[in-house]
Design a protein around this ligand. Structure first.
Ligand SMILES: NC(=O)CCC(=O)C(=O)O
Length: 295
């Protein structure tokens, strides 16, 4: 076994804030502050707080532009920066609609405990689906896609990868973070729904964990009591490098606490050494994208 295991220097204690976002942005931000403060008073040693996809706005194609903000000068970037500093905690800021020029993106920011932005990921794969009698959603009506995979160093802990929701369906982003950049975890703020959530949410989180023998952390909005709006699945989740679910929320608003233990990664990789057994001399180039017209 030659490849080094990714370095997770010490246990990382995380708190996932599973919150529902309504139409009132100020109220959404206030709730984040309340829950984050509550998390840290319940568990003073929390290192990282994670928020859901679109935590400051409704998750609706026709609302993204209206709620969009510039980064870093916008209200939500400034709010998260100040909150991270005040609570002395790393914040993985779910995602927000970002505007740059004429384009709107679904963007996730991470702040260190001094309030500095240390990562920015624009959702690469837009959620465009159409399931008969299930759900139709087309982010690309208003959003533009990001164009890069994102990995970054979490101070004192090691390298992590960041994706947003639908990005989890594409194993390449996690593979880049884990294999090229030695990430010990993939973090995905995400808002699956009541059609695809029961089908694939756990399966995808566990698959990305097993593929790469890393932790996978998913933070969802809570289910909204109003049935006329997008129904997020809930079930914020942490999966260990064996693919085992080690923490999970229900459907309502709650905080999930979990500890990522660094000692598990080499143990898993020694026992099931797929990380060291890949046969790139055998695999063909699989970088071909099929077209619907090929079906
Ligand atoms: N917000 C999203 O990207 C939703 C993704 C989703 O529900 C899926 O099934 O994938």
């Amino acid at each position: 076994m030659s490849a080094a295991a990714p370095l997770l220097a010490k246990k990382l204690k995380v708190a996932l804030l599973q919150l529902a976002a309504g139409a009132n942005k100020a109220a959404n931000l206030k709730k984040v502050e309340e829950y984050a403060t509550q998390a840290l008073s319940a568990h003073k040693d929390v290192d990282l707080i994670m928020l859901p996809e679109c935590f400051n706005s409704p998750y609706a194609v026709e609302k993204f532009r209206e709620y969009s903000e510039q980064i870093p000068q916008g209200e939500t970037s400034q709010f998260l920066s100040a909150l991270a500093k005040k609570l002395n905690v790393i914040i993985v800021g779910g995602s927000i609609p970002e505007i740059e020029g004429d384009k709107v993106y679904n963007t996730s920011l991470t702040f260190n405990a001094s309030g500095k932005i240390i990562a920015k990921h624009r959702k690469v794969h837009l959620f465009d689906i159409d399931i008969p009698n299930g759900i139709t959603f087309k982010e690309s009506v208003t959003l533009s896609p990001g164009n890069k995979a994102t990995s970054f160093q979490l101070p004192a802990f090691g390298q992590v990868g960041l994706g947003i929701c639908y990005d989890i369906r594409f194993p390449e982003l996690a593979a880049i973070s884990a294999r090229k950049n030695n990430a010990f975890a993939m973090l995905y703020p995400g808002a699956f729904n009541t059609t695809t959530g029961p089908l694939h949410w756990h399966l995808l989180a566990r698959a990305r964990a097993i593929d790469n023998e890393i932790f996978v952390v998913l933070c969802s909005p809570a289910r909204d009591p109003d049935p006329s709006v997008y129904q997020a699945y809930g079930h914020s989740l942490v999966v260990d490098p064996y693919g085992k679910v080690i923490a999970e929320a229900g459907e309502g608003e709650e905080i999930v606490y979990c500890e990522l233990d660094p000692e598990l990664i080499p143990k898993v990789r020694e026992g099931i050494p797929v990380t060291f057994q890949r046969r790139f001399d055998v695999y063909d180039d699989v970088g071909v994208t099929a077209k619907v017209s090929d079906l």
